[in-house]
Each structure stands twice: as C-alpha cells, then as structure tokens.
Design a protein around this ligand. Structure first.
Ligand code: PEP
Ligand code: MG
Length: 422
C-alpha cells in the first residue's frame, strides 16, 4: 500500500484550446505521478456543477495549494472513493460551488493517474481491470454550428458520424477524417466563398443551413462508404438548450431569424431523423423537457438513439428520473459536469443498469489531457465523442490507437446497440 501513499499535490493555472484559463493538478505518490487538467463547455447545462469558486481560477489554485493539498497528502491514491468523498466534504455544497467542480475533477483524475502509475499500469486498466478490453467507436464531428461556431453557421451544434463498420479504432478514425475531408469539398460546392474555417472541435464552420449541412454530410458519407467499404451512420447534437428561449417557450433559429414551437421542434426532429436516417440524436429538445425526450423515444427510439447530455449532466439522480420516464436510450458522460471520477462512474453504473448506452465525451474547450480516452475503455463506453481535428482532439484519438495496440490480441470492438447496427 506504501507505493500509493500521496506525498504531494500541486495546482497551477494553464490554458485550454480556446485560450481560456483552466486548472492543472499534479499528484505525486511514493512511486507514482499523475497530472490532470479540466476542460470547459460552451453549451453548458444548467445542472452542471459550478466550475470554479467565486474568485475564479486563481482562487481555485490557491485553495488547492494552501488548503486542499494538506488534507489529501497522506491519503491512499488507490482509495479513489475516499479522496472524492473528501473533496465533497471540503466543498460542503451540492454543486461544488465552494471549491469548483473543475478544481475537484483535476484533483480526482490526477489522483487516479498517480495510483495507476504507482502500479505501473495504464489508467484504463487500473480503472477497468482485466476485462476492459473493448474499444469504443468514435462519434466524429464533421460540421459544426450553434455555440461552437459563428453566427452564420448552422443552428444545429454538431453533425456527427459513426463508422460502425470499422474493425479497429485506427480504421474508424481514418474513415472519420476521410468523411471530414469530403464534407469540406461538399460544403465548397454549396458555398463558393467557404474559406475552410473550423469551429471549436475542428468540425467545418460554414455559412450554410442545417439542411445543407445534412446533405453535405450524407454526400460525404456515401462517397467514403463506397470507397472504403466501411459502413458509416449519421447523427446530430441538436444542443437544443442553446436554442431554447425559456420566456417565450420557443426554439430560436438564429440563422434564419425564425422560431419553432415545442411541437414543431419534435416534428422537425422526427422528420430529419427519417429523411437522413439519423441513428443518433443528442439533446433534441431542451434540458428540462423530460416529456419531449420521452415522446421521441416512443416514436423513433427503436431506430434512433435519443441521447441526453444537458438533460442529465452526468448526474445520477437526473439519470434515475430519466429512466423512470423512459426519456432516453443513451447518455453523455462528461466528468467535469459532475466533478469527480467517482460521481462519473456512479452515472455510468446508473445508466447501464437502466439500459442507457454511455457515450464518453470531451468538452468544446479541451486540454492536452487524454483521460477520456482511458475512461471510455475503463468504463466500457461503446462510443467516445472527442471532436475531430486540432491537437487537443487528435491526441485523444492517438491515445486510443495506442490503447488498442497495447490490448493487441485480447481487444474487440465494443458491442453497439441495434439502432446503430441495423
Ligand atoms: C456538447 O454539447 O456535447 C459539447 C461537447 O459542448 P460543450 O462542451 O460546449 O458543452
Ligand atoms: Mg451535447
């Protein structure tokens, strides 16, 4: 047990992929070391934990170095539940508003990494054990809009693909890159003035409508599918909470200067799911509309995954409510929405028990940390959503290529639900 004794905890301010400050924490044990940094969202859910204390990052860094570190030094890094429990105890609120959820997560992940390193194990294996051998499929982001791109970009936040026919992560991500390239060409044929701009996650940010984007995506997928022989299916993240005007109770189509009623939004989702054979739809309606989610599961859930992101915010009690109402058949796991590794695991367990498929996810403002690549395998999530291009996205893809290489003969691709394989 001595090798996992925590000897030092240190925090500093670093920067994310949008150039915004965030927190990085280092944890040293007798025989190991872990470093972690927390990403940040742009289309954040209202039920997410508060990322930083009132005084911002500088206060968070000070809090870790002057208060929290001394409470954690001397603990066992292999006792993740105890460390995460102590973070809750020190904070004392139910949304990490005192120390910040970003602060808590950087500590929590750095502790897990330090423990893994003390045992000379990769993080995914430390977390998942001997049976963590399934490789997730990438949920590649090809065209971007909403809060991840400029005002003239599509209303829908993400136009996604899943290369379900791939036999490895390496093949899957290569197919994603090919579709991304082809989609760029398809966009250029729609908008001759397209200069090749990309949004926060590397997806194309173009002055085109939602329908144009869906058409460009379909065209690119058809081409790559026939060239490679790898089946690719389509999805979207509507990120509908970002479109929702809670006072007027309408969805605002910023690009067109129009609005949609709640019924119109549901009908629109059903219509495009049918027209473009969408197999995955994330946050089709806003984050408080459990009923709207349920209606969609009832009408198209047999052929399309209805995935809750802002709806659940990786929060086990919201997931339980969703299960009672049959509000989704998949969910996004974003550890920084909830603040500790143990809380994220609780969300995964609750979801799986209720038959929801977990999707491990990045944030639009990412860091150089690759922990989600390991959590996707360790928590056995069949999909990982980690954007497409840009160093902070590609490093997560590359880590999964290394993980599948490390698993060599024992690995298999994750089992996908019928909505994706039909
Ligand atoms: C998302 O909505 O799935 C997402 C990654 O966005 P953000 O990180 O901006 O909340
Ligand atoms: Mg989302």
């Amino acid at each position: 047990m001595v090798e996992t004794l925590i000897e030092d905890v240190y925090a500093r301010k670093v920067y994310d992929s949008r150039g915004n400050p965030t927190i990085e924490v280092e944890v040293a044990t007798t025989e190991g070391f872990g470093r972690a940094s927390t990403p940040a969202g742009a289309s954040t859910g209202i039920h997410e934990v508060v990322p930083f204390p009132k005084g911002g990052i500088d206060e968070a860094v000070k809090l870790v170095n002057e208060v929290i570190a001394q409470r954690i030094v001397g603990m066992d890094a292999a006792d993740q539940v105890a460390v995460d429990g102590l973070l809750h105890e020190i904070d004392g609120t139910n949304n990490f508003s005192k120390i910040g959820g970003a602060t808590a997560l950087a500590i929590s992940i750095a502790v897990a990494k330090a423990a893994a390193s003390s045992f000379d194990m990769p993080l995914f294996q430390y977390i998942g054990g001997a049976f963590a051998t399934e490789i997730p499929y990438p949920l590649g982001n090809v065209i971007g809009g909403g809060k991840h791109a400029g005002d003239r970009a599509p209303n829908i936040q993400e136009f996604l693909i899943i290369p379900v026919g791939a036999k490895s992560y390496a093949e899957a991500i290569e197919v994603c890159f090919k579709v991304h390239r082809e989609a760029g060409k398809a966009i250029r044929s729609i908008d001759g003035s397209f200069a090749g701009g990309r949004g926060d996650e590397g997806a194309w940010a173009a002055n085109i409508s939602d329908e144009d984007a869906l058409n460009a995506l379909s065209k690119a997928c058809d081409k790559v599918q026939s060239e490679t022989g790898c089946k690719v299916v389509l999805g979207i993240d509507m990120a509908a909470s970002s479109m929702w005007n809670s006072e007027k109770k309408v969805y605002v189509l910023r690009r067109e200067g129009k609005v949609r009623s709640q019924d119109e939004q549901l009908n629109y989702v059903i219509e495009i799911a049918e027209k473009y054979d969408l197999r995955y739809i994330e946050d089709p309606v806003h984050e408080e509309d459990f009923e709207g989610f349920s209606r969609l599961v009832k009408s198209i859930g047999h052929k399309t995954l209805i995935c809750g992101d802002d709806l659940f915010t990786t929060n086990a009690s919201r997931i339980r409510r969703g299960l009672e109402l049959r509000a989704a058949n998949a969910l996004i796991i974003k550890p920084n929405q909830v603040g500790t590794l143990s809380d994220a695991y609780e969300a995964v367990k609750t979801a799986k028990r209720g038959g929801l498929m977990p999707v491990m996810s990045h944030r639009s403002g990412e860091t150089e940390d690759n922990f989600i690549s390991h959590l996707a395998v360790g928590f056995r999530c069949p999909l990982i959503k980690t954007g497409i291009l840009g160093g902070e996205r590609v490093l997560k893809h590359n880590e999964l290529i290394r993980i599948e290489e490390a698993l060599e003969n024992v690995k298999s691709m994750a089992e996908l639900p019928s909505q994706l394989t039909r």
